[in-house]
Each structure stands twice: as structure tokens, then as C-alpha cells.
Write a protein that binds this ligand. Structure first.
Ligand code: AMP
Length: 119
């Protein structure tokens, strides 16, 4: 799947639309999900044109891959989620209902999240 430069997270990265920013470094941007599904619901996205985890891990430079995952861990720590716990989720493709075609990891926390998948 080719990268759509007009997807909403590309526009956020370019500064064309605002986000409620939580964290930013050279590799990643994290912001609050606009429709939170838990008391803490943050999205972390890599700085680069990557649709999915498969695309990212196949094509991104190693430094960016490392930096992105460090950012995910850093955000979870900084939000105080290590002890109570949290959940990471990355949707990819139609079966997973990926809505925005720019790789993003959801961080959910702030309550007991229950079983992993609803049926
Ligand atoms: P996914 O189904 O994994 O692609 O999730 C996309 C997520 O992006 C959803 O949870 C949306 O609520 C969220 N979202 C869409 N537009 C925005 C936006 N402008 N700012 C923050 N989150 C957004």
C-alpha cells in the first residue's frame, strides 16, 4: 500500500492541523487520541511515511525504528503507567479496522482494561 500524504497524521506531522501533544523528539510524535477509549489514550507515530508496522520495519532506518520504540516506552513511563499497567495496540489493514494509514501505536491506560479482545 502506498503512503497517502493527505492522511490526517501526515497533516499533523506537517503542522497543518493541531494535535494535543504529549511528547516529541526527532523520531516520534505522541498526542492524545481525539476520541479516547480509556482515561489515558495516546497515539505515538513515527516521523516518516510509513503505513503499517510491516512497512515500517521493512523500510525504516534502524535508528528511526529504535527511536520510535524508545518514544513509546518513554511516553508510557512519563504518563505513570508502568506500575498500574497499560496496553499497546497497533491496527494494520482492513481486518484490524485501521482507520488512519500512518503507523501508530495506541497506548491505553488509567483503568483496568479487561480481556485483550472483545468478540
Ligand atoms: P486506527 O483505527 O488504529 O487507525 O485508529 C485511528 C485513531 O486515530 C482513532 O482512535 C481516532 O480516534 C484517532 N484520530 C483520528 N483523527 C485524530 C486527530 N485529528 N487527532 C487525534 N486522534 C485522531
Amino acid at each position: 500500500m502506498s503512503y497517502d500524504q493527505e492522511n490526517i497524521f501526515a497533516k499533523i506531522l506537517r503542522g497543518e492541523i493541531p494535535c494535543d501533544k504529549v511528547y516529541e523528539d526527532e523520531h516520534a510524535l505522541a498526542f492524545h487520541d481525539i476520541t479516547p477509549q480509556a482515561p489515558v489514550h495516546i497515539l505515538v507515530i513515527p516521523k516518516g511515511d510509513y503505513v503499517s508496522m510491516a512497512d515500517f520495519t521493512a523500510s525504516a532506518p534502524a535508528e528511526l525504528i529504535a527511536g520510535f520504540f524508545r518514544a513509546v516506552g518513554e511516553v508510557a513511563r512519563a504518563q505513570g503507567l508502568e506500575q498500574p499497567g497499560y496496553r499497546l495496540l497497533a491496527n494494520a489493514g482492513a481486518d484490524a479496522h485501521q482507520e488512519v494509514p500512518h503507523l501508530h501505536i495506541h497506548i491505553f491506560g488509567g483503568k483496568k482494561l479487561g480481556p485483550m479482545l472483545t468478540r
